[in-house]
Structures are given as C-alpha cells and as structure tokens.
Design a protein around this ligand. Structure first.
Ligand code: MD5
Ligand code: FE
Length: 203
C-alpha cells in the first residue's frame, strides 16, 4: 500500500486579526519589492503565479538563468526587504531551527495554478519549509518522492500553516486551482502563499 506522504497541516493557525496584520506586512514588502512574473528556464513560458521575496535571498526563475536564489530583485536591483517579524515568530514556533534565509511570496489571481514539482533549489533539505496561506482557498496536491506516486488533496485556507520536514520536504506538490470567493481577506480576491526556507546549511 502506498499513500501520499503526510504533511503537517495546521488548520486555522492564524486567526482573522493575525491574518489582517500579516497581510499588512506583506503589502509593505510588495510596495518595496513589486510582484514580478517568473519565466520557465529554456522555454521562457510565463508562470501564472506572480512572485516577490523578502529576506537575505529570494527565489526567481527566468529564461536564461534558470531557477535560483538571488540577493536582489530582478527588476529593481535592490536587496529584498527583511522578513516581517510575524513570519520569523511562526518559523520559530513551529520549530524551524536556524532562521530562514529566503521567504517567497506567491500571488495567485483567478485561474493561476502551479504544476506538480519538487523544491530542490536549496542546498539544505534537512531544514523544514514553512508555508502560510492568506486569502482564497488553494486546492493543494501532494504526492511522494517520485512524480508518479499517488497524490492526496488538501484545502489550504486563509490562516493555515504547512510544515514540510523529513520525507515530505521532497514530496511532489502543486496547486491545482484556487477557489474564487472563498475568503474576503483580499479585496481584489486571489490567494497569497508565503514560504520560508533555508537555502544554505547553517555554519
Ligand atoms: C504554494 N508553493 O501554495 C506552495 C506552498 C512553491 C510552492 O510550492 O514552491 O513556491 S509550499 C508547498 C510545499 C513545499 C515543499 C514541500 C511540500 C509542499 N510538500 O511536500 O508538500 O504556493
Ligand atoms: Fe513548491
């Protein structure tokens, strides 16, 4: 019997007031580091998700350079803003260990999705990935360590936190779609997902 790798899904981790405070902090990051549209390496095809980052390193993707971490925004050339304290507190509360080096902010508008993939652009897979969802519910699919392993669906609602560590750190996963109108946190609708990561091994 094989089933999808279990993940640590903390439903309702942030209450409504905490979600609103986190949204404000994210809006301040986006004001300094505007959302950009990443592109697939080689094909140059655009992601349907828009992204930005905070923290010492940010994840990005473009046609020429591939998937990678960089210390500056690809369009402004400025360093990424610092990670909001609220997010660092969540990382610590869930037992993240050495502080996150990268914090990726994904914005899913209506119709945006993310295909099944593994997160392997980091050198340190022993550290967890901690993800926080805000806004409309995302239909999340998680499988196993191969692309063909069976998958399981989770509904990621506003205020939910996921902690991926151990085996699930390298599980295939993706967002099939968002559920329009499932939250009124974001006036314009859509979904924000925030992921905090270690990139390098701590000294
Ligand atoms: C999202 N983001 O909802 C997701 C949340 C990404 C991405 O996938 O790469 O930006 S992170 C979900 C995740 C990461 C690593 C492992 C697992 C899930 N997992 O094993 O389930 O925008
Ligand atoms: Fe991912």
């Amino acid at each position: 019997m094989s089933t999808a790798l279990p993940i640590d899904h903390r439903v309702g981790y942030l209450d409504a007031a905490a979600q609103a405070r986190l949204l404000q902090a994210i809006q301040a990051v986006v004001a300094e580091a505007p959302l950009f549209v990443p592109r697939m390496p080689r094909t140059g095809r655009q992601f349907s998700v828009r992204m930005t980052n905070c923290g010492p390193l940010g994840w990005l993707a473009d046609k020429q350079g591939g998937y990678r971490y960089e210390p500056v925004h690809p369009e402004t050339g400025k360093p990424w803003p610092p990670i909001p304290q609220m997010l660092l507190d969540i990382w610590e509360d869930v037992g993240g260990g050495a502080p996150p080096e990268a914090c990726l902010i994904n914005y899913y508008g209506q119709g945006a999705k993310m295909g099944l993939h593994q997160d392997r652009d980091e050198e340190d897979f022993s550290a967890p990935i901690v993800s926080v969802s805000l806004g409309d519910t995302g239909l999340f699919r998680v499988g196993g360590k191969t692309r063909k392993a069976p998958t399981q669906r989770y509904e990621l609602a506003s205020g939910d936190v996921l902690v991926m560590r151990g085996e699930s750190r390298l599980a295939y996963h993706g967002i099939d779609r968002i559920v329009p109108g499932s939250s009124d946190l974001l006036p314009e609708g859509g979904r924000i997902n925030i992921t905090m990561r270690r990139v390098h091994k701590p000294d």
